[in-house]
Structure formats: C-alpha cells, structure tokens
Design a protein around this ligand. Structure first.
Ligand code: ADP
Ligand code: MG
Ligand code: MG
Length: 251
C-alpha cells in the first residue's frame, strides 16, 4: 500500500542529510512500528511523507497504492488517503472544532470526487465517534484545541483521523508524556480503526504504547536508516536492552 524505496532526504536550509536510504513497505491491514533513539530521523520521515516544507528529497520514491506521492502537495496527499496525526495546527482560535472537522471532511470528500456529507449525517457520525473516544459534546463546540489538555488534543486528533477515514495513518508519538488513561484511549481509538484495507505507521520512542497498539512489524531506525526489522518481540528486546546492542550488531 505505502511503499518507501531508498528514501534520502535533507534539511533544505542546512543541506544536512537526515534520511539516508529508508526502505519500508506497509501492507494494507498491517500496523508497522518504528522505534529508535532520539534524533534518528523518525519525525523527519513522517514530515517528509506528509509533504511538510523544509525538507528536500534527494533520492528514492514513495508510492501510495502505486501512485507517486512525493510530487504532491500536502493537501493532495491527504486527499489520496494519507493521514499524519499532529499535522494539523495545534490551536485554531475562533474556529469551532465541529466546523473544522466538517470542513476537513468535506474538503477531502470533494478531492476524492464524493458528495459533501449533509449536516445531519455528519453530526450523527461525529457524535458517535466522539463518544467512543470519550470526547464530550462541549469539546466539539470549543475552538480547535484551544485550552485542551495534552490528552484531549491527542484524542481530538484521533477523532480527526476517524472522521477522515484515511488509507494510511501515520502517528508520530511526541515524547511528551500522556498519562496511562489518555494513552489507552488513543490506543483504543487506533485499534478500533484497524481494518484489512488500512495501514498504520506508529512511530514511538518508547515501548509502552506498543503494549496497547500491538504492531505486526517493528523497525528500528538509527541515524536515518532502518537497521533491523522484526516482530513485536523486537520492541520488547529494545525495552529490555536498549538500542546499543542492536546498533553494535548492525555495525
Ligand atoms: P527523531 O524523531 O527520531 O527524534 P528527528 O527526525 O526529529 O528525529 O531528527 C533527526 C535529526 O535531524 C536530528 O539530528 C535533529 O537534530 C535534526 N533536525 C530535524 N529537524 C531539524 C531542523 N529543523 N533544524 C535542524 N536540525 C533538525
Ligand atoms: Mg525526537
Ligand atoms: Mg521525533
């Protein structure tokens, strides 16, 4: 579904190469996790995939269902079915959360050649999904993310993801701490979205999230490359022994 081949990317301004030949294929229905030490390029990979400014791809290709996405603008990638959690502006004063969601959903439907969702259907769906994520109706009316706690922001992002029904979801877990309950809600939301026609890339510095979102495949990224790939047990190995052994092994 998402196929990344020999991807090399640099910071546009400094010309510093961060991704040094990443190869990764995410099949439909699978959850892939990327772990790795701080500064290894995990977030850079998610930014480059989402089309964020400031990065230059110098080599390689990325396709989504066979379609090249590197030539697309960020919005086109989203319309093609790529979702990056945390890609949306953190706070949008003056714009109600519900209005924002509806605009995002309808923009995407339009880009996909689908009709707009009518107000009643939208309301019904957003309420049902918000309820699953324990987001109360009051939060839907407030300006996007303004004054939301860290946990509320993350749940809100999972709500955006659930409403947009992407083909490939990329979750770049910031290292900012979520409490266990908030993390569990986020994980439950993700798990509820797992399906045979959707792929996930879960990026996380710590193993604990992977207790709740159990991946099919785990990759270890070090210095801009994937140095090892394995099953869920690889995450446990990292938890136990750290990255040093794996780095030594790869060297
Ligand atoms: P990770 O998410 O694995 O912690 P990042 O992708 O955030 O790693 O960072 C990879 C490397 O790129 C780090 O060495 C980081 O310092 C550097 N880097 C990323 N973005 C920038 C930037 N805008 N300016 C300077 N250096 C950056
Ligand atoms: Mg980091
Ligand atoms: Mg990061």
């Amino acid at each position: 579904m998402l196929e990344i081949k020999n991807l090399r990317a640099s910071l546009e301004e400094e010309g510093k190469e961060i991704l040094k030949g990443v190869n990764l294929t995410i099949e439909a229905g699978k959850v892939h996790a990327i772990m790795g030490p701080n500064g290894s390029g995990k977030s850079t990979l998610s930014y480059v995939l989402s089309g964020r400014d400031g990065y230059e791809v110098t080599e390689g290709s990325v396709t989504l269902n066979g379609e090249d996405i590197l030539g697309m603008e960020a919005e086109e990638r989203a319309a093609a079915g790529l979702f990056l959690a945390f890609q949306y502006p953190v706070e949008i004063p003056g714009v109600g959360n519900m209005t924002f969601l509806r605009t995002a959903v309808n923009a995407q439907r339009k880009a996909r050649g689908q009709e707009e969702m009518d107000a009643a259907s939208f309301l019904k769906e957003v309420r049902a999904k918000a309820k699953e994520l324990k987001i109360d109706a009051e939060m839907l009316k407030r300006p996007v993310n303004v004054g939301f706690s860290g946990g509320e922001k993350k749940r809100n992002e999972i709500l955006q993801m659930a409403m947009l029904e992407p083909k490939v979801c990329i979750l770049d877990e910031t290292d900012s701490g979520l409490d266990v309950d908030a993390m569990k809600l986020v994980a439950d939301g993700v798990n509820a979205m797992r399906s045979s026609d959707r792929g996930f890339l879960v990026i996380t510095h710590y193993q604990r999230l992977l207790d709740h979102i159990v991946p099919d495949v785990v990759h270890i990224m070090v210095d801009g490359r994937i140095i090892k790939t394995g099953g869920p047990e690889l995450a446990l190995e990292v938890e136990k022994s750290g990255y040093a052994d794996l780095i030594g092994e790869a060297a």
